[in-house]
Design a protein around this ligand. Structure first.
Ligand code: NAD
Ligand code: WQD
Length: 342
């Protein structure tokens, strides 16, 4: 079976994807510098799959290290490039760090692939490239225009999409799949791997689970005066395992070389928008936990509502995100309990 290089493979989405790849029989090599994850994730993956993925601790910006990886594993046939810094707020404070890490990592991976004749890459992009779509473009499909990024982080996703598109234009052998994720949540049903937020979580679900676990006194709901049915923001929350499975489909497609276009873009979402208050209330209902919350003012830079039209991914990849949100929220809570020893 083919070997897949997974950069950022001990991270949140990467680790779930590694599990799915291994369960489909792929050999996996992970490269991660452990800047936002740890080695214990490898134990979780091993415990779930029964096999330990090959792991190289290295920085994707390090040309020598990446050269060594491709030399050690001449059977790599595709790369899934997750490795990036991803905190939106931090990217505003430290833009150069974000541009350096996210752009140079991709450039280094791509150049090394080219030297070793590896022509297939899946890239982790984000719905952030759409900004706030106008009403005519909701739910948002892949033809909706990208909008000026609201943060350096968002801008690195646009720049990296452009780098990959230009590289494919110049190199007719290169095959690229850009996956635009909506809001990934939840954890593997075994609760052996999951999301490990650093410090105070910015994202909704980790904040909800940490509040339920008593680590935070109160969840703040940012705004109930938006133009939405209950006034809180709407997002497309997608189960991380469903998201992971889409990566396997993308790799299958690249290796089968069936695509007529060199660069393909897919929205990965459920097609259903849920409000912040719907998420919080459903979480309370399915877990039976108390989550104290208060409504506060809007968070700067928040988009009012965005959710995906995933029809293209459903049709072309033969993939659908169909895990019920109740199960997803329960998996997030089980993971929180696991890491807190509750
Ligand atoms: P994560 O931080 O959990 O995983 C990223 C991994 O990459 C971490 O393990 C980190 O240690 C590693 N890494 C970072 N820079 C590296 C480098 N230079 N060299 C090697 N390893 C490096 O994040 P995640 O949520 O799993 O996100 C994965 C990808 O998906 C990222 O590209 C992110 O921007 C993108 N994405 C995430 C979301 C989300 O909400 N989680 C949404 C859209 C897109
Ligand atoms: C979701 C909703 C908040 C925390 C971010 C990035 C995006 C993508 C995913 C990578 C919003 C509300 C949140 C809280 C709240 N990442 N909220 N109280 O903002 O949709 O997207 O993560 O590409 O680029 O911008 O996700 O989880 O931060 O927020 O009320 O304590 O929950 O206002 O409406 P977001 P989020």
């Amino acid at each position: 079976m083919a070997r897949i290089l997974v950069t950022g493979g001990t991270g949140y989405i990467g680790s779930h994807t590694v599990v799915c790849l291994m369960e489909q029989g792929y050999d996996v090599t992970i490269v991660d510098n452990l800047s936002n994850s740890n080695r214990e994730v490898l134990d979780g993956i091993t415990s779930i799959t029964g096999h330990r993925p090959d792991f190289v601790e290295a920085d994707c910006q390090d040309r020598t290290a990446m050269e060594q990886v491709f030399t050690t594993y001449p059977d790599i046939q595709a790369v899934i490039h997750f490795a990036a810094s991803k905190a939106v707020g931090e990217s505003v404070e430290k833009p150069l760090l974000y541009y350096r890490n996210n752009v140079l990592s991709l450039l280094t991976v791509l150049e090394t692939m080219q030297r070793h004749g590896v022509n297939n890459i899946v890239f982790s992009s984000s719905c952030t490239v759409y900004g706030q779509p106008d009403e005519a473009h909701l739910p948002v499909d892949e033809t909706a225009p990208r909008q000026q990024a609201l943060s350096p982080y968002g801008n690195t996703k646009q720049i990296n999409e452009d780098i990959l598109t230009d590289a494919a234009h110049a190199d007719k052998a290169l095959r690229v799949i850009l996956l635009r994720y909506f809001n990934p949540i939840g954890a593997h049903p075994s609760a052996k791997i999951g999301e490990l937020p650093n410090g105070v979580p910015n994202n909704l679900l980790p904040f909800v689970t940490q509040t339920a676990a008593g680590l935070r006194p109160m969840l703040r709901v940012f705004g109930d005066d938006y133009n939405t049915p209950d006034g809180s923001c709407i997002r497309d929350y997608i189960y991380v395992m469903d998201l992971a499975k889409a990566h396997v489909k993308a790799v299958d497609r690249l290796l089968a070389a069936t695509a007529s276009e060199q660069v393909e873009v897919f929205n990965l979402g459920t097609g259903r928008g849920l409000s912040v208050l719907e998420i919080v209330r459903t979480f309370i209902e399915v877990t039976g936990q108390n989550v104290p919350y208060e409504i506060v003012g809007r968070r700067e830079g928040d988009i009012e509502q965005v959710w995906a039209n995933p029809a293209k991914a459903n049709r072309v990849l033969g993939w659908k995100a169909d895990t019920p949100v109740a199960d997803v929220l329960l998996s997030a809570w089980n993971w929180e309990k696991h890491i807190r020893g509750i």
